[in-house]
Design a protein around this ligand. Structure first.
Ligand code: BGC
Length: 377
């Protein structure tokens, strides 16, 4: 009898010690997500880090489909908008979680002149060109392969945008690598090359809502953007060319501000954007990675930091969401239930020689990087 209890004690000790060392393993898993319109198979990769953070990325549009992070009590919930099924992305997505390009943001009237040649792009936003046109990089099936290193897991996505697509010159070959590491950072690294001069401005169009599973709108989130200037726009959201000081206006987010506090102010720029939908001119830009923005949701304690080498940041407060997009778990994405922080060059740069150039030439490499880092406070 005594021998039996000793054996039981011994075996439970073994089980317990097994549990103690049973840490979450970094992992990457590939599943089928469905078939795109052209019959091509679409996959979805699930990346998990050692802290249990999970990111799902599909090669349709290089979309981040879900991003599950803990709140201050260790409760894991999804902090991005998206759909459960590929069919919904194919049907109607306002760029949920996608990589947008060749030119993220607007180009006035879909026209620009480069090296003396005028190019006409597809127009898909009134008279203007937005996020790469009718079939931008958000609507193509990228080639994908998993990446696994010592302290990170990721997906490398590549695609070719052919000469003339959506009106752009040159064959543009692009690679986007998403990696999740154990510091709870999602890195996005972009590289492109071309065989003819062309504008390039790639960005990530994630809609964030740190309340978790989209419980509330984003108006109670606190935002900070390291910018003393922004680029004011006209009624069509095309920059006028001016860099305007944020001082004394609701655009001043250089001191952390609750989004709902300023968004309804009687301000012409907010009227044009129907809320925040503007490009901030980031401070201290020198080509190195800088912490340039943060987002904090006080109830959950979740915080997201944005690091980038880019000179601009479009803060879009989900003004066009109206509940008609029914997303994950049947959730209606209502007005301002998600916000985007799109690191980028300024909108309409191909028509604004005074803005930092977005032109990529043969022999050059377009290279940029952004990090979204998740913490709690
Ligand atoms: C733009 C918005 C646009 C949205 C599309 C944002 O990047 O700034 O004006 O409506 O994308 O969903």
């Amino acid at each position: 009898m005594r021998l039996l209890s000793l054996m039981m004690l011994f075996s439970s000790l073994i089980i317990l010690s097994g549990c103690a060392s049973n840490k979450i393993q970094m992992d990457i898993k590939k599943d089928t997500f469905g078939k795109a319109g052209n019959g091509r198979q679409v996959d979805i990769y699930t990346l998990t880090n050692a802290n249990g953070i999970q990111v799902r990325i599909t090669n349709y549009g290089a979309v981040v489909q879900s991003l599950i992070v803990p709140d201050r009590d260790g409760k894991y919930e999804d902090v991005v908008l998206g759909y459960d099924k590929l069919e919904d992305y194919l049907k109607d997505s306002p760029y949920f979680g996608a990589i947008v390009g060749r030119y993220g943001n607007r180009i006035a009237k879909g026209k620009f002149t480069l090296d003396g040649v005028e190019y006409t792009l597809a127009t898909n936003n009134g008279a203007n060109h937005l996020h790469g046109g009718l079939t931008g990089l958000d609507k193509v099936v990228w080639d994908a392969k998993p990446v696994k290193k010592e302290n990170e897991v990721g997906v490398e996505l590549t695609c070719l945008s052919k000469d003339g697509e959506e009106g752009y010159p040159g064959n543009l070959q692009s690679t986007v690598v998403y990696t999740l590491n154990n510091a709870n950072e999602l890195h996005i690294e972009y590289t492109s090359s071309t065989d003819k001069a062309t504008p390039v401005n790639l960005t990530h169009h994630g809609y964030f809502n740190l309340s978790g599973n989209c419980k509330t709108d984003i108006l109670s989130h606190e935002i900070w953007i390291n910018a003393d200037y922004f680029t004011p726009v006209d009624e069509g959201l095309i920059p006028t060319g001016e860099l305007r000081s944020v001082k004394g206006t609701p655009m001043n987010l250089a001191i952390p501000a609750v989004i709902g506090a300023g968004i309804n102010e009687d301000d012409r720029q907010l009227k044009y954007g129907l809320g925040y939908d503007h490009n901030w001119v980031l401070n201290d830009v020198d080509g190195t990675m800088k912490l340039q923005a943060s987002l904090y949701e006080p109830v959950s304690g979740r915080m997201m930091e944005v690091y980038t080498v880019e000179p601009g940041l479009q803060f879009y407060s989900g003004n066009f969401l109206d509940g008609s997009n029914v997303g994950k778990s049947g959730k209606e994405y209502k007005h301002r239930y998600g916000l985007c922080l799109e690191t980028q060059h300024y909108p309409d740069s191909p028509n604004k020689p005074e803005f930092p150039s977005t032109v990529l030439r043969p022999g050059e490499t377009y290279h940029t990087k952004t990090i979204y880092k998740f913490t709690v406070k």
